[in-house]
Design a protein around this ligand. Sequence first.
Ligand SMILES: C[S@@+](CC[C@H](N)C(=O)[O-])C[C@H]1O[C@@H](n2cnc3c(N)ncnc32)[C@H](O)[C@@H]1O
Length: 413
Amino acid sequence: MTGPTPPSPYPLGLRLGGRRVVVVGGGAVATRRVPALLDAGADVLLVSPELTPALRAHVDAGRLHWEPRRFAPGDLDGAWLVQVAVDDRAAAAAVSAAAAERRIFCVRADDRTAASAWTPAVTRHGPVTVAVLGGGDPRRAMGVRDAVRDLLGARTAPGFAPSPEAGGAAGGRVALVGAGPGDPELITVKGWRLLTEAEVVVADRLVPGLLLDELRPDVELVDASKIPYGPSRAQEEINRILVDRARAGKVVVRLKGGDPYVFGRGGEELLACAEAGVPVTVVPGVTSAIAVPEVAGVPVTHRGVAHEFTVVSGHLAPDAPASLVRWDALAGLRGTLVILMGLKNLAAISATLIAHGKPAETPAAVIQEGTTAAQRTLRSTLGTVAADVEAAALRPPAIVVVGDVVHTLTPTP
Ligand SMILES: C[S@@+](CC[C@H](N)C(=O)[O-])C[C@H]1O[C@@H](n2cnc3c(N)ncnc32)[C@H](O)[C@@H]1O
């Protein structure tokens, strides 16, 4: 025989800003629950004799108040909600009873049937929060939540109300989004979300093609690499496109390889938009300067080997009058040198570094098209790397790494 079906829960979005929430317990459950409470602006009082290191970090940062002892009913005075995160059933029941007496909703980690409120499985997508209750079955709730998250995240999802960063009816905006080094999965969650909301995408040459492939058909795609006139006029033209489209009320994403501010001219675009009064959001990206060596097995720092790394552009020859790079000074550094856009001038760069005292046998690596299926890695020394690159017919985009870290994880053969 089965009993009567329990009434279904009544869903609410609690606005906890500045309101006291008591968390009882300082273990794994509290560690998982507290960040969302803090994110909601709750005034969190944590009562527990012990704390996990993560919770202690919140205490140390002054984000919540900690009472290092066992629960006392008076802890609930002035509270709006209590979260019981202990597995001792008797202790949890005592908190529940004190909460019920004061008409305070009580979430229980140990026994959801004894709780007066349930925590849903949640996914956040910009301004949208989806909370799922699975009829008392948390696995079901998480399964449905995951499906909804995939749907919201799908790059082909129909546009829903854009987030504040994305602009919307009130006016156009520009987001400068770092697309990461090549693997389409290395874009950030925020960058990806803004891309799904874009009406115009202005994309660089090095942007992962698969990100563009999945744009909605109605999105206007401007291929910035095809703009004629040469580098500086082309940049002016890109600035003009960003400003014009935003002024026409469009949600514009300027999608750039790696990080927008690492040799990406993102700063110039931000200034152009600011001058035109167009609001801009900057979304950092995973830069190839660190990620590409990393996926090739080269950490840019390693304890006891390199405690500094320098990222430098090699697109101008060392003796070019316009070069701002102090190759002579770089030759004297002990740390890792990461050279972007350096293939064309590699022979001159390595000769200059050696001439200023960098040993010719310093390990060097060159990684072409890192993080993509076409990735190629060459390991060499500073003295021979230029010739080796030529012999192997490596081509841009590639990153050159110079320093002992090259062999830290992969010993010299
Ligand atoms: C104009 S810079 C842009 C850098 C970009 N903003 C970043 O943060 O990665 C372009 C240079 O970055 C390097 N690069 C970018 N993506 C790369 C990749 N997947 N593999 C190797 N080098 C890459 C190459 O040196 C290329 O010439």
